[in-house]
Design a protein around this ligand. Structure first.
Ligand SMILES: N[C@@H](CCC(=O)N[C@@H](CS)C(=O)NCC(=O)O)C(=O)O
Length: 203
């Protein structure tokens, strides 16, 4: 249900470094929905406790409050924002387009985030070597994304939640060992990234 007259401002709890928080921030931006941001550093000593207090039973971010509703899990939050508020639709209309969007989102959750962000970027940023085999896995993930990406946006002629998901990871991907040769190995993704940077939150 959409109600343009809704006066209740949604509140997002999260951190600007967090991939999943950034996906929600981009979604608000793409819908042009006003919201309030409450900074919650989940890696601070009291972070997980604060996240639990804000409504996340696993002590993670992001968390959305909207009126009486408390939501966690980024897919639930972003679909809620898209379904609940006026603004450009962020999910394709057709079954095949929606399936493709869900496929991208699932790949980000199960491959990009664990392999490219935590498996490659984080060890590099801490001066550690990645686990053996991780670079090969990361390259395979990028090759799959390169094959799936549409020529304009990931799932067609307009941006969807899939674009918000992948865009939130791109700075980390590019700064990882698998990101070095993306211009030659993933030109379509790099071309997409030129456009998709505009979706990224300013904060
Ligand atoms: N499946 C969750 C993942 C959320 C998540 O992993 N958030 C990270 C920050 S990007 C976090 O809170 N990490 C802290 C931890 O795992 O202890 C979602 O979609 O929201």
């Amino acid at each position: 249900m959409k109600s343009p007259g809704d006066r209740v401002i949604p509140v997002l709890y999260g951190a600007s470094y967090s991939v999943y928080t950034r996906i929600c921030l981009s979604t608000f931006g793409m819908k042009a929905v006003p919201f309030r941001f409450e900074a919650l550093d989940v890696f601070a000593g009291d972070g997980p406790a604060r996240a639990r207090l804000a409504g996340h039973p696993f002590g993670k971010i992001p968390i959305l409050h909207h009126g009486d509703l408390t939501l966690y899990e980024t897919l639930a939050i972003t679909r809620y924002i898209d379904d609940r508020f006026e603004g450009p639709p962020l999910q394709p209309d057709d079954a095949a387009g929606r399936a493709r969007m869900n496929q991208f989102i699932s790949i980000v959750d199960t491959q990009v985030y664990p392999v490219l962000v935590w498996g490659l970027y984080v060890p590099k940023s801490e001066g550690r070597k990645p686990k053996p085999g991780t670079l090969g896995k990361g390259r395979a993930v990028l090759a799959a994304l390169e094959t799936l990406a549409g020529p304009e946006w990931l799932c067609g002629a307009r941006p969807t939640l899939a674009d918000a998901y992948l865009a939130a990871c791109m700075d980390y991907i590019i700064d990882s060992a698998a990101g070095n040769d993306m211009a030659s190995h993933a030109p379509r993704l790099m071309n997409w990234w030129q456009r998709a940077q505009a979706l990224e939150p300013k904060a």
